[in-house]
Write a protein that binds this ligand. Structure first.
Ligand code: GTP
Ligand code: MG
Length: 197
């Protein structure tokens, strides 16, 4: 994928703020701090298009990034952020579900998990939900630079098992720090949003 143009098209907390459904979208989901915004920056080769932070809970809105005026990557706020109050957590749930459940141009949700850890209960719940809505099939194991090659294969197997991924489902190890694995993800995304994007 040659990214000629990448821009923030909309920042939304409710439906009225979404951009029109005039092009395909793929969204990034995963717990807070897993590396969703970093992955987006890596894919478009821009350091600061999406804001990244060492402390969890950085992305609090649904951010629509438009690529080549042909498709959008949607950066979702992370879940599992312990410091959020109960009402804020409920607001988060409504906001995310409102987008995921009703967006006709949404082709797939890429589920991100940290390659070092067993997926959390919320990761499993999220992936099940995606399976239910037919939005599953692609997952990314982030921060692949943090473990050895030997550990990598074992962890990928564990993640597949925990998420109950089907054989044909794709799980890609990626490092946004070392810039590895993202070309493979682009190949998958191109299939999803149309090759001539
Ligand atoms: N070592 C390493 N660190 C990473 C990688 N990707 C992200 N990080 C770090 O992880 C932290 C969180 O990254 P973000 O991209 O902000 O995570 P997020 O999933 O968008 O988090 P929220 O917006 O809170 O949901 C930052 O300190 C990043 O620098 C990676 O591939 N390797
Ligand atoms: Mg973020």
């Amino acid at each position: 994928m040659i990214v000629k143009k990448a821009e923030l098209a909309a920042v939304a907390v409710k439906k009225e703020q979404y951009p029109p459904e005039d092009m395909p979208e793929v969204a990034f989901a995963g717990r807070s701090n897993v590396g969703k915004s970093s992955l987006l920056n890596t894919l478009v080769n821009r350091r600061n298009l999406a804001r990244v932070s060492g402390s969890p809970g950085k992305t609090r809105t649904i951010n629509f990034f438009q690529i080549n005026d042909a498709f959008r990557i949607v950066d979702l706020p992370g879940y599992g952020y312990a410091k959020l109050s109960k009402s804020a957590t409920e607001h988060w749930g409504d906001m995310i579900e409102g987008y995921l459940a009703n967006r006709n141009c949404l082709r797939c949700v890429v589920q991100l998990v940290d390659i070092r850890h067993q997926p959390s209960a919320q990761d499993v719940q999220m992936y099940r939900w995606l399976q239910h809505y037919g939005l599953d099939g692609v997952a990314v194991a982030t921060k692949a630079d943090k473990i050895s090659r030997n550990q990598m294969n074992r962890q990928l197997g564990e993640i597949r098992k925990a998420l109950c991924m089907a054989k044909e489902d794709i799980l890609l190890p990626i490092s946004s720090l070392k810039k590895t694995g993202y070309a493979e993800l682009w190949a998958v995304l191109e299939q999803l949003v149309g090759e001539d994007a």
